[in-house]
Write a protein that binds this ligand. Structure first.
Ligand code: B1H
Length: 840
């Protein structure tokens, strides 16, 4: 049961209390059965669980639509300044539970279902989540949409409606196997197609000059092909407000006229072919988190959704009769990394070629419109497109980029003189080894603000990757530390904890997470402590049963739950965590009576399908788990589990069940991290390096409530400079040597010495992420963790203080900062009365 004050009749409009909008239990039951009948075409005796889920989803959607239509009416009426959040990924997670929370009807719906002899939990489990993202970056976009709506900021999220999202992961014989994510198979009740707002997107071909009506030369783009973009809208409701914003995702289709041309020539297959290739555009999400792959289809996806989005914004301006000169006043457009950076050139093209604006005003509008968020410093993630590919796909954009570059480099020369090195480094075109368009450079020159996602990351951006841009326009640079929404990540995921907090301090913390600080006064209260501990224990029992169900491994809920869940990446160092597991195992084997703190090590996460070492790390985790879990000498003192198919839905029970959160990336590599925030909010303690937002989390919760270890970013740089020799650590450290030797000798692979050789060789030779250097400090720190956990009262105290001091890490705070520093946009409250009058 979620505890919340009952909505008053007037809050939702008593006048509207009918079957589509009412929120009383009886009304909900009637509406639910009505939808079962008229939408699913079923009566209870024949209905499946899925039918019930759909009926409930439509019942909830009806209540959303009332708010959505009102919101649209008010935004149109007022011509409100609007945030357009452009992102190739939106990792929304299941909608139903979240919408129940934000509507404030969770309890009524639960009761309605119970009275109909249904279990709300089971229905919630039926929802296929829209996994339209890889990891943190996509999930951040989803948290931001929740906060934008909750703060009543007019927003459009623009992205791609991938037919297949991030693959489903199964583990077969310890290896990751990818399965297609057919999330649309049974229909999606949360979206509404808007074919009336379709737009055309051009690709390829050539450009030519022509004279316009005024006798002025203009450029015309004669494309090789045209694809239609169809928008699919999903309402995004804020928490206990009437604001319902729009997530507008674009699907590619073949334009009919093209089909007909081929068809009339008698080329039926040609016509169908065109359809197939057009629709391929939005078929599948690229699953390579933080590695760039120079694939044509990927650039096509990026340009496709960006062009759709900008054309859509222009349509909105025309309909609201706003002059295009006011584009930057109507819209604040945020680029979620460089994936939508082509927007800079596309807006220029639309203003210059389609609306015949002059260069200077067009460029001024463009720069004032965009903000650019950088999410990574990893060189392998920096997008650059070969000129060959770029010019064949986007010939007009290349011309525009050359012009932007030429003018920009003129300014650089003006400021710094002819420093050819600097000019080469700043140029939008990389000419070092082949020629490429540098998308981060395009984003930097085309935006008025550039931000990193945590303080350290934003500083490193200015010192390293974007140093030259910082020197040229320092005023553009800023930081906005990431945040996550407490609605999904506490209220929905951890209802018991949410109720406990609310029973002590009221529920203001759900909208103002800073208020959660008030539970500090209860930190010493034995009754409160007992409940806190009890809730953690129940959440662990829940995860224990999930683990048993999905992996067959039985774990002890009284052991320390030590959890690392995130994409599998060398820089995130899941293999450092595994070295700790092996070390504990060896300690017990050497001393079978060893009195150690019992631990359960839980891992989950997907590896990019083509990332061999990451897949091998999964295999290693599984192999170590196999040996450890079966060894009778170990018993309940150590268990290792890999939970398959990590996604938003599967993650929700995980954070509330953690005692220890593993945030152990090599310093300087994790831009921010957001899982670190979800864990700490739910009362887990962190073991972590001074990386990304860990630093700010540690400052917030207090150094004494955080387990810190490892090299700093400066140490990493210095060590690399003086010559890093990983094998020396190995040779000098018997525990480390034993662990590595076991992996190499086939101890965990039935004697197979070849299996993990690539991993072992990498660690002993290059060790690019410095596991060898951080090993002993990590082991020592884990030892402290174990010691501290034995003092249950102390641990409990630390756990409470972690939750209490995480207020800063709400995405509401992050979004307020974006609104003030970058977007200059204000809330536009929505009243439901407008629906009645039908105004707007
Ligand atoms: C993050 C990505 C990313 N940074 C390329 N960069 C992608 C890059 O498919 N691609 O091409 C996909 C994803 N993702 C993450 O962003 C950072 O690693 C995290 O540290 C950060 O918390 C998150 C949100 O800012």
């Amino acid at each position: 049961q979620i505890q919340e004050p009952q909505l008053q009749g007037q809050d939702v409009g008593m006048q509207c209390e009918d079957d589509r909008t009412g929120i009383g239990v009886e009304t909900l039951k009637r509406a639910f059965l009505d939808n079962l009948f008229y939408v699913q075409g079923k009566f209870p005796a024949l209905a499946t669980k899925h039918d019930y889920y759909m009926a409930l989803a439509y019942t909830v959607r009806d209540r959303l639509l009332q708010r959505w239509v009102n919101t649209a009416a008010i935004y149109t009426q007022e011509g409100s300044r609007t945030v357009a959040y452009l992102s190739a990924e939106f990792l929304m997670g299941p909608h139903l539970g979240n919408n129940l929370i934000n509507l404030g009807i969770y309890n009524q719906v639960q009761q309605a279902m119970t009275e109909l002899k249904l279990d709300l939990k089971e229905l919630l489990a039926k929802e296929e989540e829209p996994g339209l993202g890889n990891g943190g970056l996509g999930r951040l976009a989803a948290c931001y949409l929740d906060s934008l709506a909750s703060l009543e900021i007019p927003t459009l999220g623009y992205g791609i409606r991938y037919e297949f999202g991030i693959f489903d992961q199964i583990i077969r014989n310890g290896w990751q196997v990818e399965k297609t994510d057919k999330w649309l198979r049974y229909g999606n009740p949360w979206e509404i197609a808007r074919p009336e707002w379709a737009v055309s997107v051009k690709f390829g071909g050539r450009t030519e000059a022509h004279k316009n009506a005024q006798g002025r030369y203009q450029v015309r783009w004669v494309p090789h092909k045209v694809v239609l973009g169809i928008p699919y809208d999903t309402p995004i409701l804020g928490y206990k407000v009437n604001t319902a914003n729009t997530l507008r995702l674009w699907k590619a289709e073949a334009p009919e006229s093209f089909d007909f041309e081929a068809f009339n020539r008698g080329n039926y297959y040609g016509a169908v072919d065109q359809k197939v290739t057009s629709e391929n555009l939005t078929k599948v999400l690229y699953p390579n988190d933080e590695t760039y792959e120079g694939k044509q289809l990927r650039l096509e996806q990026q340009y496709f959704f960006v062009s759709c989005a900008l054309q859509d914004m222009l349509r909105i301006m025309l309909r609201q009769k706003l002059p295009l000169e006011q584009f930057h006043e109507k819209f604040a457009v945020q680029l979620n990394d460089t994936h939508p950076a082509i927007a800079v050139a596309e807006l220029m093209r639309l203003l210059l070629d389609e609306h015949e604006m002059d260069w200077e005003p067009a460029w001024e509008i463009t720069q004032k419109t965009f903000g650019y968020t950088n999410h990574t410093l990893l060189p392998e993630a920096l997008e650059k497109w070969s000129l060959k590919l770029f010019s064949s796909l986007l010939p007009r954009h290349l011309e525009i980029i050359y012009e932007i570059n030429w003018r920009f480099l003129e300014q650089v020369r003006h400021k710094f003189g002819t420093d050819e090195g600097r000019i080469g480094r700043l140029s939008l075109i990389d000419e070092n080894d082949g020629k490429f368009v540098r998308m981060a450079h395009l984003a930097c020159v085309g935006s008025h603000r550039i931000n990193g996602v945590a303080e350290l990351h934003s500083e490193l951006l200015k010192k390293t990757t974007l140093l030259d841009f910082y020197e040229f326009f320092p005023e553009k640079f800023t930081n906005v530390t990431n945040g996550v929404t407490p609605r999904r990540w506490i209220v929905l995921s951890n209802p018991k904890l949410a109720n406990l907090i609310t029973s002590c301090i009221g529920d203001s913390w759900i909208k103002h997470l800073e208020d959660v600080q008030q539970i500090e006064t209860f930190a010493q209260d034995p009754g409160f402590q007992k409940e806190w501990q009890q809730i953690k224990r129940e959440n662990k029992v829940n995860v224990a049963s999930i683990l048993l169900d999905r992996t067959g491994v039985k774990v002890d809920p009284d052991s320390l739950f030590d959890i690392q869940v995130k994409r599998i990446h060398q820089y995130k160092r899941q293999h450092l965590n595994i070295l700790h597991a092996i070390t504990l195992y060896n300690q017990i084997k050497q001393n079978p009576n060893l009195d150690i703190t019992p631990r359960t090590l839980i891992f989950a996460g997907k590896a990019a399908p083509g990332y061999y070492i990451a897949k091998l790390i999964i295999k290693l985790i599984d192999s170590v788990a196999d040996v450890v879990n079966k060894d009778p000498d170990i018993g309940d003192r150590l268990k290792v589990v890999f939970l398959p198919d990590y996604n938003v839905k599967n993650s929700q029970p995980i954070y509330p069940a953690a005692d220890l959160s593993e945030q152990i990336s090599t310093a300087g590599k994790e831009a921010s991290g957001t899982g670190n925030m979800k864990f700490a909010m739910n009362g887990a303690l962190t073991i972590g390096t001074l990386d990304g937002a860990n630093i700010e989390i540690r400052n917030a919760v207090g150094a004494e409530n955080f387990f810190l270890f490892g090299l700093t970013t400066e140490d990493v740089g210095a060590l690399r400079l003086t010559g890093y020799r990983p094998w020396e650590y190995y040779e000098a450290n018997p525990q480390l040597k034993q662990a590595i030797d076991q992996i190499a000798s086939g101890y965990f692979s039935h004697g197979d010495r070849r299996l993990f050789k690539p991993l072992v060789d990498l660690l002993l030779d290059k060790d690019p992420f410095m596991l060898m250097a951080d090993y002993q400090p990590y082991i020592d720190c884990q030892q402290q963790v174990s010691q501290t956990y034995r003092d249950r009262d102390r641990w409990l105290q630390m756990s409470i203080l972690n939750t209490a001091r995480m207020g800063k890490f709400s995405s509401d705070r992050a979004i307020r900062e974006y609104c003030q520093q970058i977007w200059k946009v204000k809330p536009v409250p929505v009243q439901l009365a407008a629906a009645k009058t039908g105004d707007g």
